[in-house]
Design a protein around this ligand. Structure first.
Ligand code: SF4
Length: 324
């Protein structure tokens, strides 16, 4: 069985106006040492999938269906105490969004790593935790003497590295990086991706990289999952998806990224805007924006079906063409 196997996950946010169906029927898996990119426009449910995995949804958020098998057990069913004691940080951790301000400015960097260690491993003494914090900083290329520095004494790249060190504090097998490129310049981003790749090989880490930036995923991941309005619309081997995207939304998403090799051209954008998930469109949620929409698209939700080896798509048009 895969390290992580998500089956038909459904997560809603309950509001005064009704449930926001943020994640609806998402399924994918991640193997040990594999990097998966989770992409889509803002508000498509990527971060909600991550928060569901760690079971740290904000108030009103609830997993209403599906299974999350991690290390062969369904972590949807276990208690919050078990999540804290066995899963969070020890097996699965999170690199928070926004490296520049994700750390508490009034605590030393080392103390924040020590806190992560001692929260999840209370039997570890502070002295031992400090030694580990220094080693973790070394692992991400920062001198261990910097444990006593405050976040403002670190550059943006060093802060991002320190966040990785914090995520690795208790030797997890899966790390979720949420929009790790935010507010970093391209050179620091490239260094970050290189480091993440090295750590993946060295520690056999599985990684879920959440971003709307497909170029970051192309640099790092072996598998790509595209989400639209809470649904998984295309999923599979990254080379297949980039070479031959089949879902109209994936095609538009890839086209809307400028190519540094192609001739200069006007930016392409996807017409319309993502739907209100309080009242998502019927059938295929992309149909109001899809240039290929047919009658059936408005009535019936397309199933995610395997079109080729390691390549699955949820689209009536692709399904019909595959049957011919
Ligand atoms: Fe477009 Fe229909 Fe496919 Fe949805 S199911 S992406 S509306 S063709």
């Amino acid at each position: 069985m895969a390290l992580l196997d998500i089956q038909n996950l459904r997560t809603y946010y309950y509001t005064g106006r009704g449930p926001v169906k943020a994640v609806e029927g998402v399924s994918f898996h991640v193997e040990k040492g594999e990097a998966l990119g989770l992409a889509g426009e803002s508000g498509c449910g990527k971060t909600t999938v991550a928060l569901s995995l760690l079971r740290i949804l904000p108030s009103g958020g609830k997993i209403v269906g599906g299974k999350i098998f991690f290390h062969n057990r369904d972590i949807v069913k276990i208690s919050q105490n078990q999540m804290r004691e066995d899963v969070r940080w020890k097996q699965m951790s999170y690199i928070f969004q926004g490296a520049m301000n994700a750390m508490n400015p009034v605590y030393k960097v080392g103390d924040q790593i020590i806190e992560a260690i001692r929260t999840h491993e209370p039997k570890v003494y502070t002295k031992e935790a400090k030694k580990r914090a220094g080693k973790l900083l070394e692992l991400v290329g920062i001198d261990s003497s910097r444990v006593d520095n405050y976040p403002h004494e670190f550059s943006g790249g060093m802060k991002q590295r320190a966040l990785i060190a914090m995520a690795l504090a208790c030797n997890p097998s899966l790390v979720i990086a949420d929009e790790p490129g935010t507010a970093l310049d391209v050179i620091v981003q490239a260094q970050f991706l290189k480091l993440l790749n090295e750590l993946r090989h060295k520690l056999k880490l599985a990684i879920i990289m959440i971003t709307h930036d497909l170029s970051m995923i192309a640099e790092t991941c072996q598998t790509l999952a595209i989400m639209y309005a809470g649904n998984l619309v295309e999923y599979g081997d990254i080379v297949n998806l980039f070479k031959k995207p089949l879902h109209p939304y994936t095609q538009d998403l890839i086209e809307s990224f400028p190519s540094i090799k192609a001739a200069k051209q006007d930016m392409v954008s996807i017409p319309g805007s993502p739907p209100d998930l309080l009242q998502p469109p019927s059938g295929c949620r992309f149909h109001p924006r899809c240039k290929y929409a047919m009658d059936i698209c408005k009535k019936k939700t397309p199933r995610l079906i395997e079109i080729a080896k390691n390549h699955s798509v949820a689209c009536h048009l692709v399904e019909t063409q595959a049957r011919k």
